[in-house]
Design a protein around this ligand. Sequence first.
Ligand code: MN
Length: 363
Amino acid sequence: MDEAAAGPYRRIATEEAFSVPEVFAALQEWAGTAGPDEPDQDFLSFLFGQDLPGLRRVRRQLLDLEDERLAVMDDYGVDVHLLSLTAPGVQTLPDDRAIALAALVNDRLAAVIGRHPDRFAGLAAIAPQAPAAAAAEVRRAIGELKLNGVVINSHTRNEYLDDEKFWPIFEAAQDVGAPVYIHPRSPSAQMAQPYKRFGLETGIYGFQAETGLHGIRLICSGVFDRFPRLQIVLGHLGEGIPFWLWRVDYMHPVRSSHNARPKLELTPSEYFQRNFKITTSGMNWHPALRFCIEAVSADNIMWAIDYPYQLTEGAVRFMDDAPISDADKHKIFHRNAERVFGIAPAAGPARLGAAGPGQPAAG
Ligand code: MN
């Protein structure tokens, strides 16, 4: 048995990407016509433009839901993938096409979850560029399709969700109790330029800088005074924000007259504790995990792989071997995800890695 796969934990992975052929085709078409300064042109040219074995694998694994994916999950003892349409979702596309594709993706996602209710959960794709339609899709995806939350890939056409025109989406999410996972994409055009040299726009740093900024903007906008029960989820151990919280609290009351921040009911770190959850996607690093447990509590952290961009084995080994308490490991591997995303607790005992497809683990 693979040593990394042994363990008595139910493993729910919370930032697991997929796509469908219709969205792939739309994104490829978009990448072929968009100018070089369009955000994510770099990422999509990389994803679609290269004939490297690693990228062929990623493309294949994004489009697969029920074959290779389930086999990889079984091989490493992963019980559940919380699926989300890969970045940038439909957010680069024209309104009508984006609205239609989001609905198609959500219908297909619900069907796949229906066939494998103990292996998959899912986040709804929406088109934030059309806020009213996006809010309606949030209500349909949660109310009718029974999906587990919503994914938004950071900015949409270089605009951020603190802009009140997007708040119908938050109103709908709060009403139906849907957490909003803000997933990275390349920095908006306004901030992208200095990231272009040395290829810093994507996972090495730009994704984190973009998405961390988005989280801070939401806190400072007062959106959580308006929607106090809204839940935001950030990957990559909080996109840098936990490390910076003390200083944000310290600096937040310091206001200059020409750039006044709204007065808020709570401190920034109090909003982070109340309104945010973070996941370990793509951050398989024990010192950072232990810091985040101390800074924001194990109750606010969930495990993720970032399949297929990162490998399952490393993410499983990282959490299996984490030098943290057994109670915290249960919270991070599955209990918080069950609570936050409304994923039903396991009916039987936890699955053991390498136990074979569908074979229940003993003990
Ligand atoms: Mn991801």
